[in-house]
Design a protein. Structure first.
Ligand SMILES: [Zn+2]
Length: 291
């Protein structure tokens, strides 16, 4: 499942590659993924892209009038390609964009001059594919207030890597959540963007066990969890910026320390990593150095 670091890299890349272009054509080979009417989909054509950004586990595309919100869920992925390149299997939505005068001034520094940016003088395409069809592409026509599950005000806390989420705010917010730490980190109403993989990584970095209760944490452990959250997400983004382009549809996870690494040696203490399967998801942790 794409999480905050994965989607941050995709959002930066698509903003750099697409903002300033207009939608020239749209098609939905997998119409089940689309939440909106065919007329609303057709009405996207001709609109210029103002920005592409991430919020929690959503990718938000702001057009000059309407907007699109993509929630990739488990298996949704986005590909950047020149039009005419072979469509990936299980492509659900294809957006074709016009040429543009120039790229956006506010493109992320790491994207500048990248070889995978398609020429401004030619068209570009973004394909959304989803083998399990669990993810959704929500159309948000101007003037229609369509609720999007997971994106409501009360459903989403601050982004876990939002600079505005200070240690003081973290300490205050975490008081409302007494339960197990892994569930706490994955609770989007606490902080947004963390899922199954990065919750394991953050807890390993913090030296805390995933099934430990927040109510058992000492004050310095609450602070350590904040630091570990920030450092783990930032370090992952640095690696993913190097490793993901130009195949943005690829999920790179091999560099993780513990998640899905059951049976291997912990990179910090050498103990064999423990893996627990519960509710269809894997939790990995180290009994040697997480307490
Ligand atoms: Zn260890």
């Amino acid at each position: 499942m794409p999480e905050s670091p994965d989607l941050s890299v995709v959002a930066d890349a698509l903003h750099a590659a697409i903002a300033g272009r207009s939608i020239a054509a749209v098609s939905a080979p997998g119409p089940l993924a689309v939440r909106g009417t065919p007329a609303e989909l057709d009405a996207l054509v001709g609109q210029r892209v103002a920005s592409i950004r991430r919020r929690g586990k959503f990718l938000l595309v702001d057009l000059e009038r309407d907007a699109i919100a993509i929630n990739p869920m488990l298996t949704g992925r986005l590909q950047l390609a020149p039009p005419g390149a072979a469509l990936p299997a299980k492509t659900a939505v294809v957006l074709t964009f016009s040429e543009r005068p120039r790229g956006p001034k506010d493109a992320a520094a790491w994207t500048r001059g990248a070889g995978w940016l398609l020429p401004d003088t030619g068209p570009a395409e973004v394909r959304y594919k989803d083998p399990t069809q669990m993810g959704k592409v929500y159309l948000r026509p101007s003037g229609i207030d369509r609720p999007i599950p997971g994106l409501g005000e009360a459903e989403q806390g601050p982004d876990a890597d939002d600079p505005a989420l200070t240690l003081d705010i973290w300490r205050d917010r975490i008081r409302r959540h007494p339960g197990e730490l892994k569930n706490l980190l994955r609770n989007q109403s606490f902080v947004a963007g963390i899922g199954n993989a990065y919750s394991d990584e953050i807890l390993h970095a913090a030296g805390l066990l995933p099934f430990r209760k927040r109510s058992s944490l000492a004050a310095e452990e609450v602070d350590a969890l904040y630091q570990a959250t920030r450092e783990t997400l930032a370090a992952a983004i640095t690696i993913l910026r190097e490793r993901v382009p130009p195949t943005f549809e690829k999920q790179v996870r091999d560099f993780l320390a513990v998640h899905d690494k059951g049976g291997r040696a912990c990179p910090r203490c050498g103990t064999r990593i423990t893996e627990v399967k519960a509710g269809g998801s894997i939790t990995s942790y180290c009994r040697g150095c997480q307490h």
